[in-house]
Design a protein around this ligand. Structure first.
Ligand SMILES: Nc1ncnc2c1ncn2[C@@H]1O[C@H](COP(=O)(O)OP(=O)(O)OP(=O)(O)O)[C@@H](O)[C@H]1O
Length: 337
């Protein structure tokens, strides 16, 4: 478990102090994949780098697996850091060393007995699917393969936490998916807690359990990925989510309609078609589907349908209440003309 309490990071620069993180508090549970999103400069990297004290917080406390890292010095801090692996957007492999040697380097740095190194490297290469590349140099690898080496190196010393700093931002969509699957596999098979920062909501949607949104150094929204996606509280969360889940009805569609326009959200395994057809049978209203989408977030469906309801006002209101009762989320986008 990772606990961040009232973390503030201020950089001292020639032109004065710059705030990277301001009073951030978070609890990340053991074994979960936690995503931190925000625009450039929001403070994501600063926060992530404070978790392993790559950046020392100006104030606040970081506890990883019960150890207060902020209170540790030199050797004890070094030992604790070995249990926190990290991967980066630009991989940071040593170009003069082969894949095998890059991974060996991490084991040597942790004073692993020499006799244990070859078998451990082979095990790591197998885990990341690069056994056939053991003797090649980083320049001979694709971006995705380089990140696999980065992952193997980060896992070398059996960490309990893996920090991912924009780990897929330099990769194409297909390679991104394969790296995300590998991270998910590592999380599930090795029970490693993963904290990742990204500006891509699809990454969060595909593999994270919970998430935080940062703005101006502060955490402005936090919760399960499903809850944030289905019920965003802040304008920024709505903006990020709109890149994945469409909440808006195109104006061109609205202009053609004269009935009452409603947006219905179906969360989880609610039988959306059943509810709509039951509504249309029960009330004397006509329903016209304008727009619909179902996204799977963390494996659970989130459906959004926009409908035009036509008929007597009273009947429409009752139909809306009927749907509201069964879905708990109906929004009247526009009343009938
Ligand atoms: N080493 C540093 N020295 C001075 N200021 C810094 C340093 N690192 C970050 N900052 C500042 O702290 C703020 C937060 O930056 P940070 O890199 O943490 O944000 P971010 O959300 O990770 O952005 P990006 O996605 O662009 O990396 C910014 O104003 C940035 O300029």
């Amino acid at each position: 478990m990772i606990t961040i309490r009232h973390l503030t990071k201020v950089y001292q620069t020639k032109s004065g102090p710059v705030k990277g993180v301001e009073d951030a508090s978070l609890t990340i549970k053991k074994g979960e994949i936690y995503g931190i999103v925000g625009y450039s400069g929001a403070g994501k990297s600063s926060l992530l780098r404070c978790i392993n004290l790559l950046e020392r917080p100006t104030s606040g406390e970081i506890t990883v697996n019960g150890i207060n890292l902020t209170s540790l010095k030199s050797e004890k801090l070094r030992q604790a850091r070995l249990k926190i692996g990290m991967i980066f957007q630009h991989f940071y492999l040593i170009s003069q060393k082969t894949v095998y040697e890059n991974i060996t380097f991490a084991l040597e740095a942790a004073n692993t007995p020499f006799k244990h190194i070859p078998s451990r490297v082979e095990e790591l290469l197998d885990m990341v699917g690069l056994s056939d590349k053991r003797d090649v140099y980083p320049s001979q690898l694709s971006g995705g393969q380089k990140q696999r080496v980065g992952i193997a190196r980060a896992l070398a010393n059996n960490p309990s936490v893996l920090l991912c700093d924009e780990a897929t931002s330099a990769l194409d969509p297909t390679t991104t998916r394969s790296i995300l699957s590998l991270l998910k596999k590592i999380n599930e098979e090795l029970n490693i807690t993963i904290v990742l920062i990204t500006h891509e909501m699809n990454v969060v949607k595909d593999i994270c359990d919970r998430m935080a949104i940062m703005q101006d150094g502060k955490i402005i929204e936090e919760g399960s990925v499903y809850d944030v996606f289905s019920d965003p509280q802040t304008d920024l969360a709505k903006e990020f989510i709109s890149s994945v889940v469409s909440y808006d009805v195109p104006e061109s569609i609205l202009q053609k309609c004269t009935g009452t326009i409603v947006k219905v959200m179906f969360k989880g395994d609610v039988a959306s078609e059943g509810i709509i057809s039951e509504t249309l049978k029960t009330f004397n209203v006509k329903g016209n589907f304008l727009h619909g989408s179902i996204e799977y977030i963390g494996g659970s469906p989130l459906g959004i349908f926009v409908m035009e309801l036509s008929g007597e006002k009273e009947e429409i209101n009752e139909a809306i209440q009927f749907i509201e009762h069964r879905t708990s989320h109906v929004e009247v986008v526009r009343n009938g003309l």
